[in-house]
Structures are given as C-alpha cells and as structure tokens.
Design a protein around this ligand. Structure first.
Ligand SMILES: Nc1ncnc2c1ncn2[C@@H]1O[C@H](COP(=O)(O)OP(=O)(O)OP(=O)(O)O)[C@@H](O)[C@H]1O
Ligand SMILES: [Mg+2]
Length: 356
C-alpha cells in the first residue's frame, strides 16, 4: 500500500489543457473519489496515476517514490475499467491469473491466490466460464478480483459501476468497499454519480475543467460547498445571486438582500458590498402561513406542490418573480400548502453566502 501524491500535474492534448496544475494527496489506505461532469479530466488524471498518460508537468509520487516516468507495469497498480476490459478468450480463472503469470509467480501459488480472489468476489463456482457466459455484475467482479489479486500498491477504478443495473450497482458498492477496506488498499475511484461518491468515499474531489473545485468529506461538500458549482453538483440547491453586506458583529455573519428584504446569513466567502451567492438546500428551508414581523422570512406563493412520499416538494414564486424550491420531509412537516396558497419561506440564518 502507498499514499499517492499528485503534485502540480499538467496534461495537454494538442492545444487543450486538460489538467491544470492539479495537486491532490491521497493518504495510505484512503478511498478517494474524483467526481465531475463529462470531459472535466477524471479519466485523464486516473491514467496519469496509472502511467498510461505522461504528464506534461508536475510529479506523481507513490509514498516517497517519484513514479512520474515509471512505466505502468512497474507501478504496481490495480486498475478496473468501465467496460471491464476482460480477455474474452480467457476463463474467469485465467483472467484473474494473468497478472500473476506475468510476474512469474509459481504455479501452485497462482492457483491458491486466484481461487482465494474468486472466492472473495463469490465467483469460485464460475471459475471456468468465459466473459461472454457471465452477467455484467459477474464480469465486473472478475475485473475486481483481477485488479486485487496482484496485491497492488494502489487501486484505480474508472466508473466501474456505470454499466450495471441499479440494484447491482448498490450491491457492488458494498463488495468493493468490503474488499478494499479488508486489503487496506489506497483507492482512487471515478464516478459521475454523486450519490455513489457520497456513499463510498472518505473524501471526494469535485473536478471542474481540469482543476479541483473542492476536496472534502461527503459531509463537508454537502454542508459547506465553497461555490455554486459544487453546491449544484452535490445534491440540489437554490443558488441565488444576492447583494451581500456586513452584518456588524461577528465576521461569520453576513447580511444580504433577497426580494427587497434584509436577511441574515452565514459568511461563506462573499465579498462585502458586492454580489454574493446564497446557497440554500431545499430541505433546509421551511414554509409557514403569512404572518407579520417574522425574521428571515420572505413572502411568496406556491406554484406547484409535489407529493413524493417521504417528502413534499414545493416550487415557490417570490414577489420578484424568481423561484425557490422548498422540501418538507414527512417526519417534520408541521403544515402543508397547496398551489396558489400565500406562504412565507423561512431561510435559516446559517444559510451560506459564498463568493460569486
Ligand atoms: N487521447 C486524447 N487525445 C485528445 N484529447 C483527449 C484525449 N483523452 C482525453 N482528451 C480530452 O480531454 C478532456 C478530458 O477527458 P477525460 O476522458 O479525462 O474526461 P472525463 O472527466 O473522464 O469524462 P467522462 O465522464 O465523459 O468519462 C476531454 O475534452 C477529452 O476530449
Ligand atoms: Mg472518463
């Protein structure tokens, strides 16, 4: 096992800079996820770590070893691809044995380790099957066994679950986590499924056009996104431009204008006296019937109510014609409202105003 240090890596294709001075440290044994929209550079970064792409600048270290110019097969990595990349003409056993044979491991040890790896992914009974005779989930588990059987220093996975159906994806999350935790292996996982990232990761790096927009635990990214891009990418959020000004007192407070009213919020990096961005999760907001002098409340009208079982979602039109989304969860819903009702939206004073 090893930590991974990505130090100021630059990667260009033709005249396009795909990775821009990107730095990231993955501690030994940690499970990190790269999350971001199509084309932001996730696969390119993973391929740089694997040695399939050579960076145009910067360094990549495994522990203290600079592997930037080391070839892929001397890096000791396990890799799982989106399309599994199994050898179609080899059985499950031979697919898993491949890396051990290439390393000239003795025959008896190969048999023992391959059987152990297939057993871990519950495929011992299918050892003699060819990829075409297996389901997508089974093939994915062969790919996982093949990556882990060589006991790599780091495990790299590029959207390994995206070709599976919803139920199998959930099962495979647990299979992967159990295996990598048991082996204590440092893992970089790529997905563009935010729920998968939240559920599986120690830390998530949200990527935006070749850079890391924010690195944090799932709780940090959801609770304190640094900007509208991150807020919008992880979960859904009301992202509203608001003029921000000092609230006096603590520096952590900020006052902002919404719909011509003064509200109190939490300072999340907004420049005072300028435009900021209010980030308000729909479930952090609540609704009440109109009443005078309620602090941090703004008046509006219910445009649409959608009942979704565990929650009810409302679209509220404010007086300046902008819309805001509110979600009330079944467990703590004190009052319900219908389309056309006049309401007040309560915006909690810990809602953050970030830099525009
Ligand atoms: N070999 C290559 N030659 C030229 N351009 C490339 C090459 N590989 C990737 N790119 C470009 O680099 C950018 C990033 O691609 P990359 O595959 O890293 O994105 P990604 O984040 O993995 O996207 P996806 O979610 O669609 O897999 C894209 O604009 C892509 O077209
Ligand atoms: Mg990709």
């Amino acid at each position: 096992m090893a930590s991974i240090t990505i130090d100021n890596v630059v990667k260009q294709f033709a005249n396009q800079t795909v990775l821009q001075n990107l730095s990231l440290h993955v501690p030994d044994g940690a499970f990190y996820t790269l999350l971001g929209p199509s084309g932001c550079g996730k696969t390119t970064l993973l391929r740089c770590i694997a040695g399939f792409n050579e960076p145009d600048g910067g360094r990549i270290l495994f522990d203290k070893d600079d592997v930037t110019r080391v070839s892929t097969h001397h890096r000791d990595i396990g890799m799982v691809f989106q399309d599994y990349a199994l050898f179609p003409d080899k059985t499950a056993f031979d697919n898993v044995a491949y890396g051990l044979r290439a390393r000239k491991v003795p025959k008896a040890e190969i048999a023992r380790r391959v059987n152990e790896a297939l057993d871990k992914v519950s495929l011992l009974a299918l050892a003699d099957r060819y990829p075409a005779q297996m389901s997508g989930g089974q093939r994915q588990r062969v790919a996982l066994a093949r990556a882990l059987v060589i006991r790599p220093r780091v495990l790299l996975m590029d959207e390994p679950l995206s070709n599976l159906d919803a139920k199998m994806r959930l099962q495979m999350r647990d299979v992967i986590l159990d295996l990598v935790r048991e082996a204590g292996i440092t893992t970089v996982f790529v997905t563009h499924d935010q729920e998968e990232a939240l559920a599986m990761s120690d830390r998530i790096a949200i990527m935006d056009r070749g850079s890391i927009a924010q690195l944090g635990t799932p709780e940090e990214l959801y609770g304190t996104p640094v900007n509208a891009y991150v807020a919008d990418f992880i979960g859904s959020a009301n992202v509203i431009p608001v003029p921000a000004e000092s609230a006096g007192g603590a520096a952590s407070h900020v006052r902002y204008q919404l719909c011509g009213q003064q509200l109190d919020g939490k300072q999340g990096g907004a420049a005072l006296g300028a435009q900021g961005i209010l980030i308000a999760r729909p479930e952090a907001l609540s609704l009440m019937a109109p009443a005078p002098h309620v602090p941090n409340a703004i008046a509006g009208e219910v445009l649409r109510r959608q009942y979704l079982g565990f929650k009810t979602a409302y679209r509220i039109r404010l007086h300046d014609q902008s819309e805001i989304r509110v979600e009330l969860h079944a467990g703590n819903m004190v009052a319900d409202f219908q389309a056309g009702d006049a309401v007040q939206v309560l915006v909690p004073a810990d809602s953050r105003v970030v830099a525009a």
